[in-house]
Design a protein around this ligand. Structure first.
Ligand code: PGA
Ligand code: ZN
Length: 398
């Protein structure tokens, strides 16, 4: 039996040193699950609401926990998540907080898996899950909202699409990260790291393209398989008053589309996330028509893991891929629904971390459970390697 018998919430640290919500769920026959909410910095305007942690915990204790304990089976994920929605009563989790909701939702899934004695990916994906593993996209250079005085483009991503295994792919990304570090060193560019562990040098975007392309080439030669280059432009963060501002350089929407299409050609980009503002579905349609057969055009702030926004994109032909972040929508059920809707319509789902993370590994299991072709969870740093190492363990059946 998996009847929920206890839910506990507490404040713990995230990777930025900020507080976040941790949930423990216990069930009747001794099942136990623990999960933590991540937190974004370049958050989309249409995401579910992250409340201040104290408020999220107090409100969830008052409104959600009484609906769960003794009433809902942890193995019935849709019932757990329906109870969270019913407790909240809004469509954006603004009452109990998406941070409390997602921590409870994920902890309940882990408790149910524990009762079954199955790994989480098996519980979530079921026995008829496919046997593909996600390719990790590794953030190697970045700036934007994740680091001050660095690149305007938020993330330069290594995409080891030719890797024969997750393990090889994970190490290839770490090698590209190290190779970029060496090149920066050689050129006398001192720099720290951004929130996701990517190098955050004070160089312009074109210089970053050169360095990352060179590092990728070096590592490709070493490992002997193809490594592509991807970007998260985080366009909504650059967009201001009708134009995209890259420091002194300003581009209107047509110029931005032209610029991104040019980058796809010049660098053979395999992945471009948030190339435009989060409200510009039309711009996405135009860009997707131009480069959608050559690269993944992925909506993060555009779709915010929300099936209604995804549906609008599908109808219009905006993007061909969706970033999937459970805390953008608040529950695992809503998250999996977005993945399934995407896949049915030919949109590639990319399961993703946030810039503020913890040692929680749920997204590694979610990516395997849903047969997602990609996972974006950094290249180095403890809260990132927690997920990457978990993927390696899953691959090894460990
Ligand atoms: P965030 O950034 O977690 O700060 O929103 C990650 C991303 O934009 O993909
Ligand atoms: Zn993004």
């Amino acid at each position: 039996m998996t009847l929920v018998t206890d839910v506990r919430l507490r404040r713990v640290l995230d990777s930025r040193g900020n507080p976040t919500v941790e949930a423990d769920v216990r069930t009747e026959s001794g099942g136990f699950g623990r999960a933590k909410a991540p937190s974004g910095a370049s958050t989309g305007e249409y995401e579910a609401i992250e409340l201040p942690v104290g408020e999220a915990i107090a409100n969830a204790r008052e409104m959600a926990i009484p609906r769960l304990v003794g009433d809902v089976y942890a193995g019935n994920q849709r019932d757990i998540d329906a109870a969270l929605h019913a407790a909240d009563g809004t469509d954006d989790f603004s009452q109990i907080g998406a941070n409390s909701a997602v921590a409870i939702s994920m902890a309940a899934a882990k408790a149910a898996a524990d009762v079954l004695g199955a790994p989480l990916f098996q519980h979530l994906g079921g026995t008829f899950r496919g046997d593909t593993f996600p390719t990790p996209l590794g953030n190697v250079v970045g700036g934007g909202e994740h680091a001050a005085d660095a690149t305007h483009i938020q993330e330069f991503l290594a995409a080891p699409i030719g890797a024969p295994s997750v393990e090889e792919a994970v190490f290839a990304n770490a090698a590209v990260h190290a190779a970029v570090g060496d090149l920066l060193d050689e050129h006398g560019v001192a720099c720290g790291k951004g929130d996701e562990g990517a190098w955050a040098p004070s160089i312009d975007d074109s210089r970053a393209f050169e360095l990352v392309a060179e590092a990728i080439e070096t590592v490709e030669d070493e490992v002997g398989f193809e490594i592509g280059l991807g970007l998260d432009i985080a366009g909504a963060e650059l967009y201001d008053d009708g134009v995209y501002r890259y420091g002194e350089t300003v581009r209107d929407t047509d110029e931005q589309i032209e610029y991104v299409a040019g980058l796809v050609d010049e660098y053979d980009l395999v992945y471009v996330e948030d190339p435009l503002d989060e409200d510009d579905f039309e711009g996405y349609v135009e860009l997707t028509e131009r480069v959608g057969t050559e690269t993944l055009v992925c909506g993060d702030d555009l779709f915010v893991t929300n099936v209604d926004r995804l549906e609008r994109g599908i109808e219009m032909g905006a993007a061909n891929s969706i970033l999937i972040k459970p805390n953008q929508i608040g529950t695992l059920s809503d998250t999996v629904e977005a993945v399934e809707r995407a896949r049915r319509n030919g949109y590639d789902p990319v399961i993703s971390h946030r810039s503020g993370e913890t040692e929680d590994t749920t997204i590694a299991h979610l990516a395997v459970a849903t047969d997602a072709p990609f996972i974006k969870t950094g290249a180095v740093g403890g809260e990132r390697t927690a997920k990457l190492n978990e993927l390696i363990r899953i691959e090894h059946n460990a």
